[in-house]
Design a protein around this ligand. Structure first.
Ligand code: SAH
Ligand code: SF4
Ligand code: F3S
Length: 458
Protein backbone atom coordinates (compact mmCIF):
# COMPACT_ATOMS: atom_id res chain seq x y z
CA UNK A 1 0.00 0.00 0.00
CA UNK A 2 1.39 3.43 -1.01
CA UNK A 3 0.76 5.90 1.81
CA UNK A 4 1.48 9.61 2.20
CA UNK A 5 1.35 12.33 4.80
CA UNK A 6 1.23 16.01 3.87
CA UNK A 7 1.98 19.08 5.93
CA UNK A 8 1.04 22.52 4.58
CA UNK A 9 2.07 26.09 5.43
CA UNK A 10 1.33 29.46 3.88
CA UNK A 11 -1.53 31.19 2.13
CA UNK A 12 -4.86 29.85 0.90
CA UNK A 13 -3.34 29.22 -2.52
CA UNK A 14 -0.82 26.90 -0.92
CA UNK A 15 -3.54 25.19 1.11
CA UNK A 16 -5.56 24.70 -2.06
CA UNK A 17 -2.50 23.51 -3.99
CA UNK A 18 -2.25 20.82 -1.31
CA UNK A 19 -5.88 19.86 -1.98
CA UNK A 20 -4.93 19.40 -5.64
CA UNK A 21 -1.74 17.51 -4.76
CA UNK A 22 -3.69 15.23 -2.42
CA UNK A 23 -6.27 14.59 -5.15
CA UNK A 24 -3.49 13.74 -7.60
CA UNK A 25 -1.86 11.31 -5.12
CA UNK A 26 -5.18 9.59 -4.37
CA UNK A 27 -5.74 9.26 -8.11
CA UNK A 28 -2.28 7.66 -8.43
CA UNK A 29 -3.28 4.98 -5.91
CA UNK A 30 -1.87 6.46 -2.69
CA UNK A 31 -3.70 6.51 0.62
CA UNK A 32 -3.52 9.53 2.92
CA UNK A 33 -2.58 8.91 6.56
CA UNK A 34 -2.88 11.33 9.47
CA UNK A 35 0.18 10.13 11.35
CA UNK A 36 3.54 10.77 9.66
CA UNK A 37 4.89 7.58 11.26
CA UNK A 38 2.55 5.53 9.03
CA UNK A 39 3.53 7.25 5.78
CA UNK A 40 5.81 5.93 3.05
CA UNK A 41 5.99 9.40 1.49
CA UNK A 42 6.09 12.63 3.48
CA UNK A 43 5.31 15.82 1.56
CA UNK A 44 6.07 19.21 3.03
CA UNK A 45 4.37 22.13 1.28
CA UNK A 46 6.30 25.21 2.34
CA UNK A 47 5.85 29.00 2.51
CA UNK A 48 8.60 31.58 2.17
CA UNK A 49 6.80 34.84 2.74
CA UNK A 50 8.70 36.17 5.80
CA UNK A 51 10.54 35.50 9.08
CA UNK A 52 13.53 33.50 7.82
CA UNK A 53 11.16 30.88 6.47
CA UNK A 54 13.91 28.79 4.86
CA UNK A 55 15.65 28.33 8.23
CA UNK A 56 12.44 26.95 9.69
CA UNK A 57 12.08 24.57 6.75
CA UNK A 58 15.61 23.21 7.22
CA UNK A 59 14.93 22.84 10.92
CA UNK A 60 11.81 20.79 10.20
CA UNK A 61 13.69 18.73 7.61
CA UNK A 62 16.22 17.92 10.32
CA UNK A 63 13.38 16.47 12.36
CA UNK A 64 12.45 14.32 9.36
CA UNK A 65 16.01 13.05 9.30
CA UNK A 66 15.33 11.00 12.42
CA UNK A 67 12.73 9.05 10.44
CA UNK A 68 14.81 8.36 7.35
CA UNK A 69 15.92 4.89 8.47
CA UNK A 70 12.33 3.69 8.22
CA UNK A 71 12.41 3.59 4.40
CA UNK A 72 10.46 6.76 4.03
CA UNK A 73 10.73 9.16 1.11
CA UNK A 74 10.57 12.94 1.48
CA UNK A 75 9.37 15.61 -0.94
CA UNK A 76 9.63 19.36 -0.42
CA UNK A 77 7.02 21.41 -2.29
CA UNK A 78 5.94 25.04 -2.43
CA UNK A 79 7.67 28.38 -2.25
CA UNK A 80 10.77 27.41 -0.24
CA UNK A 81 11.29 24.45 -2.60
CA UNK A 82 11.27 26.81 -5.61
CA UNK A 83 13.46 29.37 -3.82
CA UNK A 84 16.13 27.02 -2.44
CA UNK A 85 16.01 24.49 -5.29
CA UNK A 86 18.76 21.90 -5.36
CA UNK A 87 20.37 23.41 -2.25
CA UNK A 88 17.76 21.37 -0.39
CA UNK A 89 19.43 18.13 -1.56
CA UNK A 90 22.78 19.41 -0.30
CA UNK A 91 21.48 20.33 3.14
CA UNK A 92 19.00 17.45 3.47
CA UNK A 93 20.30 14.59 1.28
CA UNK A 94 17.47 12.26 2.37
CA UNK A 95 14.99 14.43 0.41
CA UNK A 96 14.20 12.86 -2.99
CA UNK A 97 12.01 15.48 -4.61
CA UNK A 98 12.00 19.30 -4.68
CA UNK A 99 9.17 20.92 -6.60
CA UNK A 100 7.75 24.45 -6.83
CA UNK A 101 4.07 25.10 -7.51
CA UNK A 102 4.60 25.87 -11.21
CA UNK A 103 5.62 22.22 -11.77
CA UNK A 104 2.74 20.39 -10.06
CA UNK A 105 1.07 19.64 -13.36
CA UNK A 106 3.95 17.15 -13.85
CA UNK A 107 3.30 15.42 -10.51
CA UNK A 108 2.11 12.06 -11.90
CA UNK A 109 5.38 11.79 -13.84
CA UNK A 110 7.46 12.91 -10.85
CA UNK A 111 5.70 10.36 -8.61
CA UNK A 112 6.41 7.57 -11.09
CA UNK A 113 10.10 8.47 -11.03
CA UNK A 114 10.04 8.54 -7.24
CA UNK A 115 8.51 5.08 -7.16
CA UNK A 116 11.15 3.86 -9.62
CA UNK A 117 13.78 4.81 -7.03
CA UNK A 118 15.07 8.15 -8.34
CA UNK A 119 16.34 10.34 -5.52
CA UNK A 120 17.04 13.69 -7.19
CA UNK A 121 13.77 14.71 -8.81
CA UNK A 122 13.27 18.42 -9.39
CA UNK A 123 10.33 20.46 -10.57
CA UNK A 124 11.79 23.93 -10.64
CA UNK A 125 10.09 25.69 -13.53
CA UNK A 126 11.26 29.24 -13.80
CA UNK A 127 9.08 32.22 -14.66
CA UNK A 128 8.60 31.10 -18.27
CA UNK A 129 5.71 28.69 -17.92
CA UNK A 130 2.26 29.62 -19.27
CA UNK A 131 0.65 26.48 -17.88
CA UNK A 132 -1.59 26.27 -14.81
CA UNK A 133 -2.22 23.29 -12.56
CA UNK A 134 -5.84 22.24 -13.07
CA UNK A 135 -7.17 18.88 -12.05
CA UNK A 136 -10.59 17.30 -11.83
CA UNK A 137 -9.42 15.22 -8.86
CA UNK A 138 -9.01 17.94 -6.22
CA UNK A 139 -9.53 16.55 -2.70
CA UNK A 140 -12.07 18.99 -1.30
CA UNK A 141 -11.02 18.85 2.33
CA UNK A 142 -12.70 22.05 3.47
CA UNK A 143 -16.12 21.01 4.81
CA UNK A 144 -18.05 23.99 3.45
CA UNK A 145 -15.98 25.91 0.90
CA UNK A 146 -14.75 24.97 -2.55
CA UNK A 147 -11.60 26.75 -3.70
CA UNK A 148 -10.77 27.54 -7.33
CA UNK A 149 -7.41 28.93 -8.44
CA UNK A 150 -8.25 31.27 -11.34
CA UNK A 151 -4.85 32.89 -11.80
CA UNK A 152 -1.39 31.75 -10.76
CA UNK A 153 1.88 33.59 -10.25
CA UNK A 154 2.66 37.27 -9.89
CA UNK A 155 4.23 39.91 -12.18
CA UNK A 156 4.05 42.80 -9.72
CA UNK A 157 7.51 42.54 -8.11
CA UNK A 158 6.78 44.54 -4.98
CA UNK A 159 10.25 45.23 -3.66
CA UNK A 160 9.86 43.19 -0.44
CA UNK A 161 8.12 40.10 -1.81
CA UNK A 162 9.32 36.62 -2.79
CA UNK A 163 6.16 35.54 -4.59
CA UNK A 164 7.10 36.57 -8.17
CA UNK A 165 10.23 34.44 -7.79
CA UNK A 166 8.55 31.44 -6.15
CA UNK A 167 5.35 31.15 -8.14
CA UNK A 168 6.30 32.10 -11.67
CA UNK A 169 4.69 34.56 -14.00
CA UNK A 170 1.06 35.64 -13.93
CA UNK A 171 -1.16 33.29 -15.96
CA UNK A 172 -4.95 32.98 -16.00
CA UNK A 173 -7.06 29.91 -16.66
CA UNK A 174 -9.77 30.04 -19.28
CA UNK A 175 -13.13 31.07 -17.86
CA UNK A 176 -14.64 27.94 -19.45
CA UNK A 177 -12.45 25.75 -17.26
CA UNK A 178 -13.13 27.91 -14.16
CA UNK A 179 -16.88 27.72 -14.75
CA UNK A 180 -16.74 23.96 -15.34
CA UNK A 181 -14.96 23.61 -12.00
CA UNK A 182 -17.52 25.88 -10.30
CA UNK A 183 -20.28 23.64 -11.65
CA UNK A 184 -18.52 20.50 -10.38
CA UNK A 185 -18.19 22.14 -6.95
CA UNK A 186 -21.89 23.03 -6.93
CA UNK A 187 -22.79 19.48 -7.94
CA UNK A 188 -20.76 18.18 -4.98
CA UNK A 189 -23.15 20.14 -2.77
CA UNK A 190 -20.98 23.13 -1.91
CA UNK A 191 -22.80 26.45 -1.83
CA UNK A 192 -19.70 28.58 -1.22
CA UNK A 193 -16.82 29.15 -3.63
CA UNK A 194 -13.64 31.12 -3.11
CA UNK A 195 -11.70 32.24 -6.17
CA UNK A 196 -7.97 32.40 -5.56
CA UNK A 197 -5.02 34.21 -7.04
CA UNK A 198 -2.02 36.18 -5.76
CA UNK A 199 -3.69 39.01 -7.66
CA UNK A 200 -7.12 37.63 -8.33
CA UNK A 201 -8.32 40.79 -10.09
CA UNK A 202 -5.47 40.73 -12.62
CA UNK A 203 -7.45 37.85 -14.12
CA UNK A 204 -8.15 37.96 -17.83
CA UNK A 205 -9.36 34.99 -19.83
CA UNK A 206 -6.50 34.07 -22.19
CA UNK A 207 -8.90 33.24 -25.03
CA UNK A 208 -12.13 35.24 -24.67
CA UNK A 209 -10.45 38.16 -22.78
CA UNK A 210 -13.31 38.03 -20.25
CA UNK A 211 -12.45 40.30 -17.31
CA UNK A 212 -12.36 39.45 -13.62
CA UNK A 213 -15.65 41.27 -12.93
CA UNK A 214 -17.32 39.34 -15.77
CA UNK A 215 -15.99 36.05 -14.43
CA UNK A 216 -17.21 36.94 -10.93
CA UNK A 217 -20.70 37.57 -12.23
CA UNK A 218 -20.68 34.29 -14.16
CA UNK A 219 -19.57 32.28 -11.10
CA UNK A 220 -22.27 34.04 -9.06
CA UNK A 221 -24.84 32.69 -11.53
CA UNK A 222 -23.84 29.04 -11.17
CA UNK A 223 -26.85 27.10 -10.01
CA UNK A 224 -26.68 26.24 -6.29
CA UNK A 225 -23.90 28.70 -5.42
CA UNK A 226 -24.96 31.12 -2.68
CA UNK A 227 -21.65 32.70 -1.74
CA UNK A 228 -18.70 33.69 -3.91
CA UNK A 229 -15.57 35.04 -2.23
CA UNK A 230 -12.29 36.07 -3.83
CA UNK A 231 -8.81 36.84 -2.63
CA UNK A 232 -6.38 38.60 -2.92
CA UNK A 233 -7.21 41.76 -4.83
CA UNK A 234 -4.48 44.19 -5.79
CA UNK A 235 -5.29 47.92 -5.78
CA UNK A 236 -3.62 48.44 -9.20
CA UNK A 237 -6.17 46.39 -11.12
CA UNK A 238 -9.07 47.15 -8.81
CA UNK A 239 -11.70 48.44 -11.20
CA UNK A 240 -15.10 49.90 -10.42
CA UNK A 241 -16.90 47.13 -12.31
CA UNK A 242 -15.93 44.77 -9.45
CA UNK A 243 -17.94 46.91 -7.04
CA UNK A 244 -20.79 47.13 -9.58
CA UNK A 245 -20.79 43.32 -9.92
CA UNK A 246 -21.08 42.91 -6.13
CA UNK A 247 -23.90 45.44 -6.05
CA UNK A 248 -25.76 43.64 -8.81
CA UNK A 249 -25.30 40.03 -7.82
CA UNK A 250 -26.52 38.76 -4.42
CA UNK A 251 -24.28 35.66 -4.49
CA UNK A 252 -21.11 37.78 -4.47
CA UNK A 253 -20.08 38.34 -0.86
CA UNK A 254 -19.93 41.78 0.77
CA UNK A 255 -16.22 41.63 1.39
CA UNK A 256 -13.06 42.81 -0.36
CA UNK A 257 -9.56 42.13 0.92
CA UNK A 258 -7.57 44.99 -0.61
CA UNK A 259 -4.09 45.10 0.96
CA UNK A 260 -2.70 48.62 1.15
CA UNK A 261 0.67 47.74 2.84
CA UNK A 262 1.32 51.36 3.90
CA UNK A 263 -0.53 54.66 4.21
CA UNK A 264 2.50 56.67 3.11
CA UNK A 265 2.95 57.42 -0.57
CA UNK A 266 6.73 57.55 -0.24
CA UNK A 267 6.86 54.13 1.43
CA UNK A 268 4.48 52.76 -1.23
CA UNK A 269 6.89 54.05 -3.86
CA UNK A 270 9.85 52.32 -2.19
CA UNK A 271 7.73 49.17 -1.98
CA UNK A 272 7.07 49.42 -5.75
CA UNK A 273 3.33 49.13 -5.16
CA UNK A 274 2.70 51.54 -8.06
CA UNK A 275 -0.09 53.51 -6.44
CA UNK A 276 -0.35 56.44 -4.04
CA UNK A 277 -2.37 56.82 -0.88
CA UNK A 278 -4.87 59.01 -2.77
CA UNK A 279 -5.22 56.51 -5.61
CA UNK A 280 -5.93 53.75 -3.09
CA UNK A 281 -8.47 55.89 -1.22
CA UNK A 282 -10.29 56.56 -4.47
CA UNK A 283 -10.88 52.78 -4.86
CA UNK A 284 -12.08 52.69 -1.25
CA UNK A 285 -14.50 55.53 -2.04
CA UNK A 286 -16.05 53.39 -4.82
CA UNK A 287 -16.73 50.58 -2.38
CA UNK A 288 -18.15 53.00 0.20
CA UNK A 289 -20.50 54.38 -2.44
CA UNK A 290 -21.91 50.91 -3.14
CA UNK A 291 -25.50 50.10 -2.26
CA UNK A 292 -24.32 47.15 -0.15
CA UNK A 293 -22.28 47.46 3.06
CA UNK A 294 -19.04 46.06 1.66
CA UNK A 295 -16.58 45.05 4.36
CA UNK A 296 -12.94 45.98 3.74
CA UNK A 297 -9.86 44.23 5.09
CA UNK A 298 -6.16 44.77 4.47
CA UNK A 299 -2.56 43.68 4.96
CA UNK A 300 -0.07 46.18 6.37
CA UNK A 301 3.69 46.02 6.67
CA UNK A 302 5.39 48.11 9.38
CA UNK A 303 9.08 48.91 9.57
CA UNK A 304 9.84 48.86 5.85
CA UNK A 305 13.36 50.29 5.22
CA UNK A 306 13.26 54.05 5.70
CA UNK A 307 9.76 54.17 7.24
CA UNK A 308 9.78 57.32 9.40
CA UNK A 309 7.52 58.09 12.36
CA UNK A 310 5.60 60.38 10.00
CA UNK A 311 5.17 57.58 7.42
CA UNK A 312 3.91 55.27 10.14
CA UNK A 313 1.53 57.97 11.34
CA UNK A 314 0.09 58.10 7.81
CA UNK A 315 -0.65 54.39 8.01
CA UNK A 316 -2.43 55.03 11.31
CA UNK A 317 -4.59 57.81 9.83
CA UNK A 318 -5.38 55.60 6.84
CA UNK A 319 -6.87 53.02 9.23
CA UNK A 320 -9.32 55.61 10.46
CA UNK A 321 -10.04 56.91 6.93
CA UNK A 322 -10.85 53.48 5.49
CA UNK A 323 -12.52 51.90 8.54
CA UNK A 324 -11.31 48.37 7.88
CA UNK A 325 -13.15 45.49 9.49
CA UNK A 326 -9.86 43.61 9.97
CA UNK A 327 -6.20 43.98 9.15
CA UNK A 328 -3.26 41.60 9.10
CA UNK A 329 -0.20 43.50 10.27
CA UNK A 330 3.34 42.26 9.66
CA UNK A 331 6.82 43.42 10.58
CA UNK A 332 8.91 43.84 7.45
CA UNK A 333 11.36 40.98 6.97
CA UNK A 334 14.11 41.00 4.35
CA UNK A 335 13.66 38.16 1.87
CA UNK A 336 16.13 36.52 -0.53
CA UNK A 337 16.14 37.58 -4.21
CA UNK A 338 13.98 40.65 -3.56
CA UNK A 339 15.15 44.20 -4.44
CA UNK A 340 14.54 45.35 -0.84
CA UNK A 341 17.18 42.98 0.47
CA UNK A 342 19.70 45.48 -0.92
CA UNK A 343 18.19 48.30 1.13
CA UNK A 344 19.43 48.72 4.70
CA UNK A 345 16.91 47.10 7.04
CA UNK A 346 17.03 50.39 8.91
CA UNK A 347 14.21 50.07 11.40
CA UNK A 348 15.37 48.37 14.61
CA UNK A 349 13.46 45.24 15.61
CA UNK A 350 12.24 46.94 18.79
CA UNK A 351 10.69 49.79 16.77
CA UNK A 352 9.02 47.28 14.42
CA UNK A 353 7.57 45.47 17.42
CA UNK A 354 6.29 48.74 18.90
CA UNK A 355 4.77 49.94 15.62
CA UNK A 356 3.03 46.63 15.11
CA UNK A 357 1.63 46.74 18.65
CA UNK A 358 0.41 50.35 18.17
CA UNK A 359 -1.13 49.44 14.81
CA UNK A 360 -2.97 46.43 16.19
CA UNK A 361 -4.18 48.28 19.29
CA UNK A 362 -5.54 51.17 17.18
CA UNK A 363 -7.25 48.75 14.80
CA UNK A 364 -8.86 46.90 17.72
CA UNK A 365 -10.28 50.20 19.00
CA UNK A 366 -11.58 51.13 15.56
CA UNK A 367 -13.05 47.68 15.01
CA UNK A 368 -14.95 47.87 18.27
CA UNK A 369 -16.55 51.06 16.90
CA UNK A 370 -17.21 49.75 13.36
CA UNK A 371 -18.65 46.49 14.55
CA UNK A 372 -21.17 48.51 16.59
CA UNK A 373 -23.24 48.96 13.42
CA UNK A 374 -24.16 45.28 13.59
CA UNK A 375 -25.75 45.34 17.04
CA UNK A 376 -29.40 44.33 16.71
CA UNK A 377 -29.02 43.36 13.03
CA UNK A 378 -30.18 40.01 11.71
CA UNK A 379 -27.70 38.31 9.41
CA UNK A 380 -27.55 35.09 7.50
CA UNK A 381 -24.72 32.96 8.83
CA UNK A 382 -23.14 29.93 7.25
CA UNK A 383 -22.36 27.35 9.93
CA UNK A 384 -18.66 26.44 9.98
CA UNK A 385 -18.25 24.55 13.26
CA UNK A 386 -19.40 23.82 16.77
CA UNK A 387 -17.83 24.66 20.08
CA UNK A 388 -19.27 21.81 22.10
CA UNK A 389 -17.78 22.91 25.41
CA UNK A 390 -19.85 26.11 25.37
CA UNK A 391 -22.74 24.76 23.34
CA UNK A 392 -22.02 27.48 20.77
CA UNK A 393 -22.13 27.41 17.03
CA UNK A 394 -19.63 29.35 14.93
CA UNK A 395 -20.09 30.61 11.42
CA UNK A 396 -19.51 33.49 9.07
CA UNK A 397 -21.54 36.34 7.66
CA UNK A 398 -21.37 37.33 4.01
CA UNK A 399 -18.89 40.01 5.16
CA UNK A 400 -16.60 37.22 6.38
CA UNK A 401 -17.14 38.14 10.03
CA UNK A 402 -17.06 35.40 12.62
CA UNK A 403 -20.44 35.02 14.30
CA UNK A 404 -20.76 32.85 17.44
CA UNK A 405 -24.31 32.04 18.43
CA UNK A 406 -26.51 29.83 20.51
CA UNK A 407 -29.11 27.58 19.00
CA UNK A 408 -31.55 24.99 20.40
CA UNK A 409 -30.26 22.21 18.17
CA UNK A 410 -26.80 22.11 16.60
CA UNK A 411 -27.15 23.05 12.92
CA UNK A 412 -24.94 21.10 10.47
CA UNK A 413 -21.73 22.54 9.03
CA UNK A 414 -22.55 24.10 5.67
CA UNK A 415 -26.12 25.08 6.63
CA UNK A 416 -27.43 28.65 6.71
CA UNK A 417 -29.30 30.21 9.59
CA UNK A 418 -30.52 33.69 10.54
CA UNK A 419 -28.84 35.10 13.62
CA UNK A 420 -29.76 38.22 15.58
CA UNK A 421 -26.66 40.01 16.85
CA UNK A 422 -26.78 40.72 20.59
CA UNK A 423 -23.16 41.46 21.46
CA UNK A 424 -20.08 42.93 19.80
CA UNK A 425 -16.48 41.92 20.34
CA UNK A 426 -13.50 43.54 18.57
CA UNK A 427 -13.16 40.70 16.09
CA UNK A 428 -16.35 38.70 16.34
CA UNK A 429 -20.08 39.03 16.75
CA UNK A 430 -22.30 37.13 19.17
CA UNK A 431 -25.96 36.37 18.70
CA UNK A 432 -28.86 33.99 18.84
CA UNK A 433 -30.44 31.93 16.08
CA UNK A 434 -33.89 33.16 15.10
CA UNK A 435 -34.67 30.74 12.26
CA UNK A 436 -34.38 27.05 11.52
CA UNK A 437 -31.19 26.01 9.73
CA UNK A 438 -31.28 25.12 6.06
CA UNK A 439 -30.41 21.49 5.29
CA UNK A 440 -27.07 20.97 3.49
CA UNK A 441 -27.43 18.74 0.46
CA UNK A 442 -26.82 14.98 0.86
CA UNK A 443 -23.90 15.40 -1.58
CA UNK A 444 -22.15 17.85 0.76
CA UNK A 445 -22.73 15.62 3.80
CA UNK A 446 -21.28 12.67 1.89
CA UNK A 447 -18.27 14.79 0.91
CA UNK A 448 -17.74 15.84 4.55
CA UNK A 449 -17.93 12.22 5.74
CA UNK A 450 -15.36 11.23 3.11
CA UNK A 451 -12.96 13.86 4.39
CA UNK A 452 -13.58 13.33 8.11
CA UNK A 453 -10.69 10.83 8.22
CA UNK A 454 -8.07 13.32 7.03
CA UNK A 455 -7.29 16.81 8.32
CA UNK A 456 -8.56 19.77 6.33
CA UNK A 457 -5.83 21.69 4.55
CA UNK A 458 -7.61 25.03 4.71
N1 SAH B 1 -0.56 39.28 -3.43
C1 SAH B 1 -0.99 39.81 -2.22
C2 SAH B 1 -0.13 39.45 -1.02
C3 SAH B 1 0.45 38.12 -0.84
S1 SAH B 1 1.57 37.95 0.48
C4 SAH B 1 -0.97 41.32 -2.32
O1 SAH B 1 -0.24 41.89 -3.08
O2 SAH B 1 -1.66 41.93 -1.54
C5 SAH B 1 0.58 38.32 1.90
C6 SAH B 1 1.07 39.49 2.69
O3 SAH B 1 2.31 39.22 3.29
C7 SAH B 1 1.32 40.75 1.91
O4 SAH B 1 0.15 41.44 1.64
C8 SAH B 1 2.26 41.52 2.80
O5 SAH B 1 1.54 42.34 3.69
C9 SAH B 1 2.97 40.42 3.58
N2 SAH B 1 4.36 40.32 3.17
C10 SAH B 1 4.86 39.92 1.98
N3 SAH B 1 6.20 39.99 1.97
C11 SAH B 1 6.57 40.43 3.19
C12 SAH B 1 7.84 40.72 3.81
N4 SAH B 1 8.98 40.57 3.15
N5 SAH B 1 7.84 41.16 5.09
C13 SAH B 1 6.69 41.32 5.77
N6 SAH B 1 5.47 41.07 5.23
C14 SAH B 1 5.41 40.64 3.97
FE1 SF4 C 1 3.95 39.92 -3.52
FE2 SF4 C 1 3.31 42.27 -4.49
FE3 SF4 C 1 2.87 40.06 -5.93
FE4 SF4 C 1 1.40 40.58 -3.76
S1 SF4 C 1 1.46 41.80 -5.64
S2 SF4 C 1 2.32 38.64 -4.32
S3 SF4 C 1 2.86 41.53 -2.40
S4 SF4 C 1 4.83 40.90 -5.36
FE1 F3S D 1 3.78 31.72 1.24
FE2 F3S D 1 4.15 31.15 -1.27
FE3 F3S D 1 1.74 31.72 -0.36
S1 F3S D 1 5.48 32.36 -0.03
S2 F3S D 1 2.15 33.14 1.27
S3 F3S D 1 2.94 29.97 0.21
S4 F3S D 1 2.57 32.26 -2.33
Amino acid sequence: MKTFYIETFGCQMNAHDSEKVVGTLLREGYEQVIDEADAGLILYNTCSIRDKAEQKVFHRLNEYKRMQGEGKKFAVLGCVAQQEGEKIFEKAPYVSMVAGSASYRNLPDMLARLEAGETRITGLDDRQTDETFDTEFTARTNPHRGYITIIEGCDKFCSYCVVPYTRGKERSRTSASVLAEAQRIAQSGFTEIQLLGQNVNSYVDPSSKRSFAELLAAVGEVNGIKRVRFTTSHPRQFTKDIVDAIDAMPALCDHIHLPVQSGSTSVLKAMQREYTREWYLERIAWTKAAKRDISLTSDIIVGFPGETDKDFEETMTLLADVKYDAIFGFKYSPRPNTPAIHMVDSIPEQVKIERLAILNARQRELQREHYGRHLGQTMEVMVEGHNNSRGQVTGRSTQNKTVNFTCDTLPPVGSYIDVRITQIFPSSLVGEAISAASAPSPALLAQQALNARVPATA
